[in-house]
Ligand binder design. Structure first.
Ligand code: HSE
Length: 321
């Protein structure tokens, strides 16, 4: 939905923004549930340019394509300009703090940041929800599947549930205030396309029943701030059993999270990151210690993030003159 054409920030040359990481699936909600992270994300600058279209001027921190049509931020931004019938030009600078292929929505953050920044400079003609289909084009480029479970929380914040992608129908869900996430990123590469290729294409009715019961209960737990119900719902009967083999020491991580008091844990997006949810940052930090203990015994390098759920999506940090 377009809101207005009247407020374009013509005097503003650019904007600096924070494009957040996100956790997709959240155990039972493959391709539909996601949440936005507060403490992990990319920094981006979007500037007006005399040259029509999109130019990716530089990417700090990762070796990624600069050609707009081969870059997730570029593709998402071009989709927005085309839908807006705009002949304007924008330059995009990205400081990549989220490693591609980590499982915490790296491509989604870049795509969401690009469309949110351009929308801001255009005077916010689109709602955050209306920007989701443009950002999904970045996901299509990244892994061949235009899923929205990372881009929706990265743009809208909090928890989101993607009821349908075409036409898009996204529900914003409430976040229990004390909820905190711990994410361990084992530094091995798991491509989303590979992690999707290992999935079974058929599911038994028994498992499907259990899975949709868990999704419904998880949604209810968010509305009711019922941490016990949330804990019981963080179970994935369908995807996790197929993908677990892609993540070294996955079973030990899950046991360690449980022993440390996490509400639940699972694969973050398509992996290799593993997430846990806890009640409170203190508990989330204890879970981080437990994850660390498992992985320091291995040869695999890793990093760990602890973060509250971010209530809003992409944040604008500074107007650039
Ligand atoms: N829902 C997607 C998947 C997320 O699990 O394949 C990818 O980041």
């Amino acid at each position: 939905m377009q809101i207005s054409f009247a407020l374009e920030k013509v005097n503003l040359q650019g904007v600096r923004l924070f494009a957040p990481a996100s956790i997709a699936n959240i155990s039972c909600g493959f391709d539909v549930l996601g949440l936005c992270l507060e403490n992990i994300g990319d920094i981006m600058e979007i500037r007006r340019s005399e040259v029509p279209g999109i130019q990716i001027t530089s990417i700090k921190g990762q070796d990624l394509p600069l050609e707009a049509k081969k870059n997730v931020a570029g593709v998402a931004a071009l989709a927005l300009l085309e839908a807006h019938n705009s002949k304007l030009g924008f330059e995009i600078f990205i400081e990549k703090n989220i490693k591609p292929g980590s499982g915490i929505g790296s491509s989604a953050a870049s795509a969401a940041g690009a469309v949110a920044g351009i929308n801001y400079l255009l005077g916010t003609p689109y709602t955050n929800e209306a920007l989701v289909p443009f950002a999904m084009e970045g996901e299509r480029l990244a892994c061949g599947s235009a899923h929205a479970d990372n881009v929706a929380p990265a743009l809208m914040g909090g928890f989101t549930l993607v009821r349908n992608t075409n036409p898009l129908d996204v529900c914003a869900l409430p976040t229990p205030l004390e909820l905190a996430a711990t994410v361990i990123h084992p530094k091995i590469e798991v491509k989303t396309s590979d992690a999707r290729a290992v999935l079974k294409q058929r599911v038994s009715l028994e498992k499907a029943i259990q899975q949709w019961a868990n999704v419904g209960a998880l949604v209810s737990s968010l509305y009711e701030e019922d941490y016990d119900l949330l804990s019981r719902s963080l179970v994935d009967e369908i995807v996790e059993p197929s993908r677990a083999i892609l993540i070294p020491h996955f079973a030990q991580l899950k046991s360690a999270c449980k022993a440390a008091g996490a509400l639940g844990s699972g694969i973050s997006g398509s992996g290799p990151s593993v997430f846990a949810l806890s009640k409170g940052m203190t508990a989330a930090n204890e879970v981080a210690e437990a994850m660390k203990e498992v992985y320091t015994k291995t040869e695999i390098p890793f990093e760990i993030h602890v973060s509250p759920v971010k209530q809003t999506g992409v944040s604008f940090l500074e107007d650039l003159a």
